[in-house]
Design a protein around this ligand. Structure first.
Ligand code: ADP
Ligand code: MG
Length: 344
């Protein structure tokens, strides 16, 4: 079983489109796929024609009410199953903050389902808050859908920093295994430049970087209007427009994912608490925060983000922290992807 989180804290980059259509592609080739909709906007659920009412069990009940995950499964087809979301999930971020085990709830909830699926794919919300941290703690792999647009790269440093923090504290097996270039305008110089920069950045990763060995997928997802249309019909691209570029591209991406060995080129290090199968081992103590107060290492993107979100929710007036790499990311002064070390 491969548990993959689709993460990019920027909205509108193609996370949901990728999560849904890759899931459908994998299912069409015979894999048993569970798609977990972890976004209160419920776009993945709606894309698959599932409009779960507040009384139907979904991801909120699993995370907050302790419902068993198998009670929240909605079958889309023989091989494709969804745990849907609902707008209720908006409240989950603040409700989770009160829980001591707040970062590990999704991991524990999904564990009983591991044997039933070949892939569990988590469609994350556009933030690095508690829900996304839950996905990072539950997952073994992260795939980053990235729009090859200059601004789309600004948050990459923060995302890598967060994944590094989670890997260091709660989930040593976590690796960024793929970057999928989405909404790709072939033939534009910008797309080509960003594409080159991303590949160069990944190729220069140090062995202990969580993104070491990540694959920048050869298949790029071209901009294709059929991909934008199909969610409103509640259908995947393979059902809605099987002959489209979108179907071809997501078919290619799913195929590349199937071909990938589980995880990265780096074998799991069983000495750091991981099981040989790759399921994250239980941390002996779940810290109250991902990084204890006063930690000077990865000065906790997670804590800053979670705290900022809590502040926003609770109305304390503090604002979200700026991306620490942002000042280095001015178009005049830097390559599209910063090669600077993420972890000071
Ligand atoms: N390759 C593409 N071509 C055209 N439109 C796309 C493509 N990928 C996504 N879209 C559209 O762009 C919008 C944002 O995509 P979405 O997958 O919802 O992003 P995210 O989940 O990151 O917020 C949606 O309306 C979606 O239908
Ligand atoms: Mg989305």
């Amino acid at each position: 079983m491969r548990l993959i989180a689709m993460i990019n804290q920027k909205g509108g980059v193609g996370k949901t489109t990728t999560a849904v259509n890759v899931s459908a592609g994998l299912a069409r080739w015979g894999s048993r796929v569970l798609l977990v909709d972890l976004d209160a906007q419920a776009h993945a659920s709606l894309h698959l024609g599932i409009e779960a009412g507040p009384d139907e069990p979904g991801i909120y009940d699993v995370l907050i009410n302790g419902s068993a995950a198998d009670q929240a499964l909605h079958e889309v087809s023989e091989k494709l199953t969804v745990i849907p979301s609902h707008v209720d999930l908006v409240a989950a971020e603040s409700e989770l903050l009160r829980r001591p085990d707040r970062e590990s709830i999704l991991r524990h909830a999904l564990q009983p389902l591991h044997e039933r699926f070949d892939f569990i794919i988590v469609d994350c919300p556009p933030s690095l808050g508690t829900l996304t941290v839950n996905a990072l703690v539950a997952a073994r792999e992260v795939i980053i859908p990235l729009q090859p647009h200059f601004l789309a790269l600004q948050g990459l440093g923060m995302l890598l920093e967060t994944a590094t923090a989670v890997s260091g504290m709660l989930n040593p097996a976590l690796r960024i295994t793929g970057i999928a270039l989405c909404m790709y305008d072939k033939g534009t110089r910008l797309a080509q430049e960003v594409d080159n920069d991303v590949r160069q950045f990944i190729a220069s990763a140090a062995p202990d970087d969580v993104w070491h060995g990540a694959r920048v997928f050869d298949t790029v997802i071209r901009r294709n209007v059929k991909l934008a249309e199909c969610p409103s019909f509640g259908r995947t691209i393979f059902d809605y427009a099987p002959g489209s570029n979108g179907a071809e591209d997501y078919g290619g991406l799913a195929r590349e994912m199937l071909e990938m060995a589980s995880g990265t080129a780096r074998p799991p290090d069983t000495s750091d608490g991981q099981t040989a199968e790759g399921a994250p081992a239980e941390p002996s103590v779940v810290p109250a925060r991902v990084v204890p107060a006063g930690d000077s290492g990865v000065e906790s993107a997670v804590v800053r983000e979670v705290t900022a979100e809590a502040d926003a929710i609770l109305g304390s007036g503090s604002t979200s922290p700026a991306d620490p790499l942002a000042p280095q990311l001015s178009p005049e002064t830097r390559p599209a992807v910063t090669p600077d070390r993420v972890n000071p």
